[in-house]
Design a binder for this molecule. Sequence first.
Ligand code: FAD
Ligand code: NAI
Length: 473
Amino acid sequence: MSTKLFDVVVIGGGPGGYIAAIRAAQLGMNVACIDEWKNDKGGPALGGTCTNVGCIPSKALLQSSEHYEHLNHHFADHGITADNVKIDVAKMLARKDQVVKQNNDGIVYLFKKNKVTFFHGRGSFVAAKDGGYELKAGEEVIAAKQVVIATGSNARALPGVPFDEEHILSNDGALRVGSTPKKLGLIGAGVIGLEMGSVWRRLGAEVTVLEGLPAFLGAVDESVAKEAAKVFKKQGLDIQLGVKVGEVKTSKKGVSVAYTDAKGEAKTLEVDKLIVSIGRVPNTIGLGADVVGLKLDERGAIVVDDDCKTNLPGVWAIGDVVRGPMLAHKAEEEGVAVAERMAGQHGHVNFNTVPWVIYTSPEIAWVGKTEQQLKAEGVAYKAGQFPFLANGRARALGDTTGFVKFLADAKTDEILGVHIIGPFASELISEAVVAMEFKASAEDIARICHAHPSLSEATKEAALAIDKRTLNF
Ligand code: FAD
Ligand code: NAI
């Protein structure tokens, strides 16, 4: 039997890989995608980390737990009361699994629609051959003229403390906890720590987060981080900064974490479950990188140039397995750009306008530079800020926490960064991304008609604040 030859083989069916495969197929290439993720029944589960144990299930649990929180604490303000409010964690998890499955199935449909051939199993390099590559796709051997590697990342474990997913949980186990733990510990107050900490706190867990760095949310604009710290503390998240984690011991009862706090005092945290969320490591396990001489850096990430080209001819790499932020939409943009480059077009990813969102309540979202970055770079800038407290829609929603903040070039008024903490920040940030893509000035936004009453008026007002001419504050 002859080896099946494809124009492009994509290894990995996460948001980077499946989008690259679809775009390449749209551009007329004969495409295959290999993905090894298995669902609980051993079948395929396309969508990678994002769909199976990342973006999608975490947002499903954030939504369920937020409903519960509203019913318990906020609906009474609206005159709505309910007795005997209960949470059925098993049902909440089953709904989350159903949401995941809808997304898995959606990608299977998209592959059929776009005529992408799917192989379920591990993809690995066998040899460079005939100007292309021979690859294993599960049990089959196939050939590709070009290869896109989109093998993603895995959770980083504490040294010497492997995940058992029973007591010491990665993001995977954190999304499967079968009942609300009485006491939950998290190592790392990053994105996962705050999102998963919020879920289980809302459901009644006593949550302690141990963070190694002395500053909270160091990559976030300082004023937003300060506001977030205040709100999360009020909500009951115990976030301890500047700690040094020592020995972690598990027993039938739970987990004990020895640590020294910021003052150097030795302490122990006793919890039922411990989520370790201290970042992620690029995944090239079993890819056969060494067989073909694919270059990795010291972190294990695949080395690529600005166009996502690796050191091997016709081999590209995208998403979490390469440099840059580990975000699904960044992986997708790289997937589209690489497919277009393979077709001889000029795909482009603008890293300056990749938005970030933390889906806590309040949500935190930003794009572009923070105030501390502009200061460090010596850029002359103006800042404008508008609180949701002064926004009619936020008052009607009953959610007036936070603000929108604009940073613009002092001379040209070009928008350099936008930072939002507050309701629907994840949606509001899109306007800022569009504006920055079009190199808009703060005045451009200030002169655009925004619907009333809407949260987006806070964005317009923050742009007006740059010139100290807010109308409603
Ligand atoms: P992945 O999604 O990791 O996909 C890689 C795929 O390749 C996997 O299916 C894997 O099984 C497969 N694979 C690996 N090696 C092989 C091989 N040799 N052969 C065959 N298949 C292979 N990002 C956001 O933008 N927004 C969010 O809200 C968000 N929430 C998150 C929440 C959590 C809890 C976590 C952990 C992450 C979250 N992320 C979020 C990050 C996001 O999930 C990743 O940035 C994104 O999934 C990266 O996409 P990718 O395609 O590079 O890799
Ligand atoms: P993270 O990089 O966001 O945060 C890790 C935190 O752990 C940091 O604050 C770091 O200082 C701290 N830390 C590291 N080592 C430590 C140690 N030994 N002791 C104590 N603290 C320590 O990583 P996280 O939360 O694991 O998430 C991984 C990535 O997944 C994120 O960076 C992001 O790219 C992606 N993600 C995105 C989401 C979103 O877009 N909403 C949601 C969740 C994850």
